[in-house]
Each structure stands twice: as structure tokens, then as C-alpha cells.
Design a protein. Structure first.
Lengths: 386, 67
């Protein structure tokens, strides 16, 4: 049946605007696949299933033992997005994905924006005020600087601009989650997102070994080695590994400073989106500009996210509500990541090659060099009291 | 457990059982196909429902949401 006759049939048979949706029978297999991958990956609210990848990793962490006070799988960034993605990727590549699953898996396009909107109460700027002005300024300045430098390096190395934007988001915010969050905004391919996430995590593994050595070499005091780890390495446990690698005091300070990086995370991915969106508007007819190509106007749901983020910063959401909403976010992203994993092949991910990793390393190393210099100047001038 | 959770958690348990039943019915017994006989559909429905109930009974029995 060609597209025209499908449209005529649809017009004849439709009863209400609900007729445009797929029927339950068409989407059920795909939804069930996402659901079962989700409940066997993460411990989700309301599900009493103990046989999850999350629990397996936690058990293995107990066997391996702590590395600089951190769990191995936390250092590898295992989380509620990564676990179902990994499981979906393995199942999809080993057993294949039947065609009847594909309509259900397309629900990822609704789940991603919904999950991002629900993330808003997670970022309360007020939580970072305890750090004082100078550390907050350093966190904010390096967020925008890293994003800008990464976008610039990716243009210099002629990396696909969608891939570069996703790396910029992940590296600047210091959280590989941001790569998945940017996917629907940038209209990046699934393979680019997973490749970018892997680049950010692998660079984090290198940076967490490098930073304590460099910090000691330039003479950063332990307190600010904590700040340097949080901003220069990021990725949660990788930053703590780096700081504890420099000493116990630096590690304790890193847990104190981490909130500064965390609360401004939305600014990072909003910045990358807005830069790429404005660039696309300016160069509408340039075939090389691919990022945000399918986005015609500023997305309404992103406006809803920003509105809710402002409300969160004004403490409109009380703490129990924040926890309940975050349980829903875990559900949402678990389903979406399962669908993403199922829809990708290993070849598609590896096909993006080495260039993305080179961009991540160059931008990440520039950030570390500038950060250590800035912190050293601030310590010498007394802006950061010892 | 208090308040709204008395309503939500039992409903969620029902949903888990139904979804597992559907998955077994379609994925294991393959009874959703047009070619399957009525007897096969009925038996598969009962069998997948029973298996789903059994699986979740044991899962619910070993953690904090349990009876």
C-alpha cells in the first residue's frame, strides 16, 4: 500500500483524533520488551524484583572492593540510564529485534522529553549557596567554557556537529546523562549518543588518574584539589576517585563541592542546545549544519522544563515530592534507554570512530589546564581562602 | 506504607501480573497469532496467568512491599 492510499484509508476509517494513534495490539510487544528490560536492569519504585543488573553490579562491587573509597561500577558510571541501555544493546545485538517490537519502541520519542521535564525539581540552585561565591563562579564559568571549547574543537576537527554537541553537553556538565538528555534536542542519532557517552566516560577514567598528579605538581591545596576534581573530572564517582587519590581531605572536600557542579547542569545542556539552534537558524541552507535540523521552533516541552526548573529553584516542590518525581524519572529513563539500546547495533556505535574521542580528550585536557591555572591564581590572590 | 500507597501498590501489583501474563501469552506460548485455535488461546491464557501469579507471589514474598 502506498502512502496516498494509506492516507485515504485512514481518512475513511478514522473515528476521532485518537485514531491517529497505534492500536494496543501493535505497540504491546515493544512496550513489553522495554518494560521487562527496565525491571531487570534497575530497582524501580513499586517493583519487588531482586534479579536486576543494578543488584548484580552492587554485589560485584562488594566482591571487587572499594577503589579510592568508590565502587568500581560507580566509577564506570553504571546508573539507571546506563544499565537498561547495556541490557537492551546486548539483547538486541545477540538475539535481534523483531519488526513487531518497533512501533512500541517508538515511544522513546515521548518518554525522553517527559523524563527531562520531570528532572526539573532535581536541580535546586539554592543547595549550592553554601559553597560561597568564588567556587560557584568557577563551576559556572568552566561549564560554559568547556561547552564552548568542545564545540570549537569539534568544528576544528570537522566532527559531525550533532556528535560534537552531545560530547560538549556530556563533558561540560560532567555527567554522561546529559548526552541522553541532549539527544531529542540536537536530533542526534542513537549511535552518536552512545559513542559520545562512552567518550566522556573513558576520558573521565584517564582524567581521574591524571588530575591528582597534576594538582600535586602545581601545588594545589587539598581543599581545592576537591574542587578541581569535581569541575575537571566530573562524572560523580570518577571525580571522587580523583580527589581521594590526592588524599582523604581532598576527597571529603570533593563531596562538599560536588553540589556546585550538579545544580547548574541544566544550564549546560540548555546552552549547547541554544548555541546550536541559533547556528542552524543563521545557516539554514548549509548542508553541513545537521544539529537541531528537525527542530523548527523552540520546543514547548523545553519551555515547560525551564519553567519548572525556575519553580524548583524557588522551592515550590517540597522534598518528598522531589523524591517521588525522581522515582518516576527513573522509570521513564529506564524504559527510554531500553528502547534506545534495542534499536542500536554495535557496528553503528563503533562506526563513529576515533575522532569523537580525540575531541573529548583535547577539550578535556584544555579544561584541566585552565582550571588548575585559575584555581592556583585564586588561591595565591586569596579569592579562595585556604 | 500509608495513605495513597494502599491504593497504588495493589493496583501496580495487578499491572505487573497482567504485563507478565501478556508477555508469556505472546512471547512463550505464541497464542496471539491468528492461526492459533480457541482451545490453545484459552489454555495459554490460563497457563500464562498462573505462571505470572506464581512468579510475582515469590518476588513479593521476599522484600519490603510483601505481605
Amino acid at each position: 500500500m502506498n502512502t496516498n492510499s494509506m492516507a485515504i484509508n485512514y481518512d475513511l476509517n478514522r473515528k476521532s483524533w485518537f485514531s491517529s494513534l497505534y492500536g494496543l495490539r501493535e505497540v504491546l510487544p515493544g512496550l513489553l520488551a522495554m518494560f521487562f528490560i527496565a525491571i531487570f536492569s534497575n530497582n524501580l519504585a513499586g517493583v519487588p524484583n531482586p534479579f536486576t543488573l543494578e543488584n548484580l553490579f552492587a554485589w560485584l562491587d562488594g566482591v571487587i572492593g572499594p577503589l579510592h573509597h568508590q565502587s568500581f561500577f560507580q566509577i564506570m558510571n553504571s546508573n539507571f540510564v546506563w544499565n537498561p541501555l547495556l541490557l537492551g544493546l546486548i539483547l538486541g545485538n545477540v538475539f535481534g529485534v523483531p519488526d513487531c517490537w518497533k512501533r512500541g519502541l517508538s515511544y522513546i520519542h515521548m518518554l525522553m522529553p517527559l523524563g527531562i521535564i520531570m528532572l526539573a525539581p532535581h536541580f535546586m540552585v539554592g543547595h549550592a549557596f553554601k559553597l560561597g561565591a568564588a567556587p560557584i563562579l568557577i563551576c559556572t564559568a568552566f561549564l560554559f567554557l568547556t561547552a564552548t571549547v568542545t564545540l570549537w574543537v569539534s568544528r576544528l576537527l570537522r566532527l559531525d556537529d550533532r556528535h560534537g554537541s552531545i560530547i560538549a553537553g556530556g563533558l561540560a556538565t560532567g555527567d554522561p546523562h546529559a548526552c541522553a538528555i541532549l539527544m531529542p534536542l540536537i536530533k542526534a542519532k542513537g549511535g552518536q549518543v552512545v559513542h559520545a557517552t562512552a567518550c566522556v566516560i573513558v576520558f573521565g577514567l584517564i582524567a581521574m588518574q591524571l588530575l591528582p598528579v597534576l594538582g600535586e605538581w602545581v601545588g594545589i591545596p587539598p581543599k581545592y584539589l576537591g574542587l578541581a576534581s569535581v569541575v575537571g573530572v566530573g562524572n560523580g564517582s570518577q571525580a571522587l576517585y580523583a580527589a581521594f587519590g590526592g588524599g582523604y581531605e581532598a576527597g571529603r572536600w570533593a563531596t562538599w563541592f560536588d553540589v556546585g557542579r550538579h545544580v547548574i547542569m541544566p544550564a549546560g545542556f540548555l546552552y549547547v542546545f541554544i548555541v546550536m539552534f541559533v547556528r542552524k537558524l543563521r545557516r539554514r541552507n548549509d548542508p553541513e549544519v545537521l544539529a537541531t535540523r528537525g527542530v523548527k521552533t523552540f520546543p514547548v516541552w523545553l519551555g515547560v522544563f525551564v519553567f519548572l526548573w525556575v519553580l524548583a529553584c524557588l522551592h515550590v516542590f517540597k522534598e518528598p515530592a522531589h523524591h517521588a518525581v525522581f522515582a518516576m524519572v527513573k522509570w521513564d529513563f529506564s524504559l527510554a534507554a531500553a528502547a534506545l539500546g534495542l534499536s542500536l547495533s554495535f557496528r553503528e556505535i563503533a562506526g563513529h570512530g576515533f575522532k569523537g574521542f580525540a575531541v573529548t580528550c583535547i577539550a578535556g585536557l584544555i579544561r584541566i589546564a585552565l582550571l588548575l591555572a585559575a584555581i592556583l591564581v585564586c588561591v595565591k590572590t586569596g579569592l579562595l581562602p585556604a | 506504607m500509608h495513605g495513597i500507597y494502599y491504593v497504588i501498590l495493589p493496583l501496580f501489583a495487578v499491572l505487573l501480573v497482567l504485563l507478565t501474563t501478556a508477555a508469556l501469552y505472546m512471547g512463550v506460548f505464541r497464542a496471539h497469532r491468528d492461526g492459533a485455535s480457541a482451545a490453545r488461546k484459552a489454555l495459554s491464557g490460563v497457563a500464562s496467568g498462573a505462571l505470572a501469579c506464581l512468579a510475582w507471589f515469590f518476588m513479593y514474598s521476599h522484600q519490603y512491599l510483601g505481605w
